[in-house]
Structure formats: C-alpha cells, structure tokens
Write a protein that binds this ligand. Structure first.
Ligand SMILES: Cc1ncc(COP(=O)(O)O)c(C=O)c1O
Length: 462
C-alpha cells in the first residue's frame, strides 16, 4: 500500500528522534521522494510542511531541506558533536580505538600522501567501463604481477603472478586458505604466544586448534613433532614472531619444512612485517627455502603502506591454484579495482621501494628512542631483549605478573599497549607490554608519553 502523508511524517519524526537522521542531514527533494515512494508530490509536501512546522526540518532554499541543525533532542549529544558522525566509545572495537603506541601502525606522519593522492587521481580517471564490473576474484592481474615481481626480488620467493591472490588482509587470507584446503577434522597449530587477533579468529573457525610454545628461537618445532605430528596446518610468523619478535632459527625452519613435506601438511607463513629488519639485510622468507611447495605465504600492505588500505595477498602453492580459484569464486567477491590500480602504480613506479627504505631507517631511530626512553623513565622496571626488527617492542616486567593491570592503566592514558600475558594460551607465560613506536616523532615525545602513567605504574609494580 502507498504511504500517506501521515506515514511519511511519522517515518521522519521517528528516525530523527532515534538519532538515525542527525541534525544537519539533508533529506531528499519533494519531487525525488515522491517518485521514489510512487506517491503524489502533494503527499510529500504535506508531510514536509508538518515536519517543518514542528521544527524537525528546515528548508534552506537552493541548498535543499535538512534536519534542523539546531534541533536538541533529549538523550542525544549536542548537535555539533552528532554531525561529526563519531560513535560512542562503547561501540568502538578495540582495534579502532585511537591512542599512542598501538603496535603495528606504520609512521603516519611519513607516508608520501601527495604522491598517493596523485596516483589515486590518475587511477580514478583511467577507470574503464569494464573495470566497473565485478572485480576478478583472484585480484587485478597487473597488481598480481607487480606483487610477484616484488616478492621474487625482495623476499627471495620464486612465484608467478598466477600464484598471487589478492585479499583484504590477514583474516581474508587465512579464511580463504582454510576454506580451500582444510576440512573440519584437520588439526591446526598456532604459536603460543601468538597474534591476538589471529587466535580470536581461529578459535571461532577451527574446531581442532592447538598451540606450540615459542622460545628465543621461534616456534619449538621439537614440541610440534612430539605432540602434534599429525597436524595438517602450522601457522607461523618466522621472520618476527608475533608478539615476541624473535626469528625462527635456520635448523627449526628446516625441521618445519621437513615435517610438512613428510606429512603432506601445510605451513602458513604470516609475513606481516618481514620487510623491517634494521641491522642486517632483510631475511629470506621461509617460503624461499621451501623445496616441496608446502608453504603458503601471506603478506599485507597494512604495515608497509597503511592499515586502512585493506590489501593483503596469498602466494598459492602451484598445486593448489585450481582449488583456490574454485573456492574464491564462491566465498569472496574480489577487492576494489580502483585501490588495486593505485597500489599497482605505487609498486611499479618505485615509490614502494623508496618508502620502505626510508621507513627502515626511520623505524630504527624511533625504536632506539623508545627503548632509551623506557630506560630513562622506568629504570630497571622493564627490560627489552635484543632482536633485530619488526614494528613493536616487548617491554618485559622485571618482576611480577601484573602486566594486565599496567596495560589497563596505560590505556587510560591513551597508550594503546597490550598485555603480553593475554597473548598466551598455555603455561609458561611471560609478562610485559607489547608496544608500537613507529609514530613517536621525537625522543622528547617518547619521554612525555611514558611519563603520563609513571606514578600509577610505580605503585602497581613497586
Ligand atoms: C601477526 C600479524 N599478522 C598479520 C597482520 C596483518 O593484518 P591485516 O593484514 O589484516 O592488517 C598483523 C597486523 O597487526 C599481525 O600483527
């Protein structure tokens, strides 16, 4: 049944009072809404006249009709705040909270935005009609080629563009790998401690999830062989273990590869920040040592470019390309072509390499500042262990196990650090704070940030 003027009036009034429509929001022109609802113009005109008379709408001549910007509704924030579109803190996920020292965020002050915007403009203008159809599910081919070239040169892989598959990042990659290759009875092993978001995701989707402890040489492959020889998947961060930032030793790499080839198991290599080594050359990836094609390599542009890009990739073993293609066709819809085009030019014109080189030098300096500032502000309360790179440090507690309390306290000071113990599932927990340093612009800034929660931290750890 067609809505009458009263129905239209109540729809607007209710949406405005519930906050769905906010002060200042534009409403459709009378003619447009009448066409949309298939009613006479007069019907919409009458509804708008009542809403205007009651102060819900205002007509602003050529600028159209809007929800009254001065409208104050009981139980809602002031109009100016509503118009910014900010969500209440309780509805913002942990990952989205703003703050300092969040692990894994690249230096936002040093990204070549001008260049990126220029490329974005070019890519937008060059969009052809056929590129506005559904994107290819495995990714835009020129980007797959650019990534294959980058991986072959920089990460020591030997893969073709046909093996590269573009995803939306970590969870998109991992889900697609497991959807394609795993059955529900397969045992999957993960590092302990391990990437917190990864654990949360895997707990939801993998019925037989087990963990393998990590020590200073990375995942304990001896433990894997003794306890989980029958696993079908091992998910590892060999370049920089997440979160301990240690590197998987060469003998263990070999042991892991041998295990996978003898048991026809898969190793998922999560190379999330393998580009960032500071004191030596970038390490060859585990995949580059893989003679039997048992390693599925996954990477992301979240650390090298920006997390909001939502671009990651998987290198599919040659024998699995057909299976991935079938599965991707059903479970994904591909990634936005426009973003893939911008990224392709960024890679092909050398901006990516230049940016990485600059960031390696910058991160080394910022990391040193952070470690020195920790020592200066907290003396021996925390210690760090020597490791070569990555995008975060772990400040271990010298004594006690109160890292959760300390992390909560720092979070109240807008320092978005994580408690290390929360990343463990089994025994053998260590305690400390996982913190990023890439956005600390000066040594003084590092000192100031750390001074904030000092008093309370001393009380908690004293
Ligand atoms: C261990 C690990 N893997 C992968 C990622 C990348 O995630 P995404 O590509 O979804 O941004 C991160 C990001 O923090 C990470 O810490």
């Amino acid at each position: 049944m067609k809505p009458g003027y009263h129905d239209i009036y109540t729809r607007y009034r209710d949406n405005i009072t519930r906050g769905v429509l906010k002060p200042g929001d534009k409403v459709p022109a009378i003619r447009v809404l009448a066409e949309e609802l298939k009613v006479a113009r007069k019907t919409v005109e009458t509804a708008y006249a009542i809403l205007t008379g009651e102060g819900y709408l205002v007509s602003q001549g050529a600028r159209g009709t809007r929800v009254n910007p001065d409208l104050l509704l009981p139980g809602h924030d002031a109009p100016a705040e509503q118009a910014t579109g900010t969500l209440p803190e309780s509805l913002i996920s942990q990952r989205e909270r703003s703050g300092f020292l969040r692990p894994g965020i690249p230096a936002l002050d040093s990204f070549p935005y001008k260049k990126w915007l220029l490329l974005a403009g070019q890519a937008t203008r060059s969009m052809r009609q056929e590129e506005m159809l559904n994107p290819p599910v495995l990714g835009w081919y020129p980007l797959r080629q650019a990534i294959a070239r980058y991986l072959n040169i920089s990460r020591g892989l030997s893969c073709t563009a046909e093996q590269v598959l573009i995803t939306s990042g970590y969870s998109g990659s991992l889900r697609l790998i497991l959807d394609t290759l795993a059955s529900r009875s397969d045992k999957v092993v993960f590092e302990d401690p391990g990437y917190f978001m990864g654990q949360q995701l895997l707990k939801r989707i993998v019925p037989r999830l087990h963990t393998v402890p990590v020590d200073r040489s990375g995942m304990d492959t001896g433990y894997l062989l003794r306890h989980h020889h029958d696993a079908r998947f091992a998910i590892v961060t060999p370049s920089h273990q997440s979160p301990l930032a240690v590197t998987l030793s060469l003998p263990r790499k070999q042991q892991l590869l041998d295990w996978a080839s003898q048991n026809e198991a898969w190793i998922i290599e999560d190379d999330y920040d393998g580009e960032f080594h500071y004191t030596r050359k970038v390490l060859p990836s585990l995949k580059s040592l893989d003679q039997h094609d048992r390693v599925i390599f996954m990477g992301t542009f979240s650390k090298t470019i920006m997390p909001s890009l939502r671009m990651g990739y998987v290198v599919m073993p040659a024998s699995t390309v057909a299976a991935f293609t079938d599965c991707a066709d059903i479970v994904t819809s591909g990634q936005p072509v426009l973003t893939q085009k911008i990224l392709t030019t960024f890679l092909n014109e050398g901006h990516f390499f230049r940016h990485l080189k600059k960031m390696r030098a910058l991160y080394q300096i910022r990391r040193d500042w952070m470690i020195a500032a920790l020592q200066e502000v907290y003396g021996d309360l925390f210690f760090t262990e020597q490791n070569d790179g990555g995008m975060h440090i772990v400040a271990f507690l010298s004594k006690g196990s109160g890292d959760r309390e300390v992390a909560r306290c720092w979070q109240q000071h807008q320092l978005q650090v994580n408690a290390l113990s929360e990343w463990y599932r089994g025994s053998g927990k260590r305690y400390g704070l996982v913190m990023g340093y890439n956005n600390v612009r000066t040594y003084q800034e590092a000192l100031n940030l750390l001074e904030g929660p000092k008093q309370q931290t001393l009380e908690l750890l004293g």
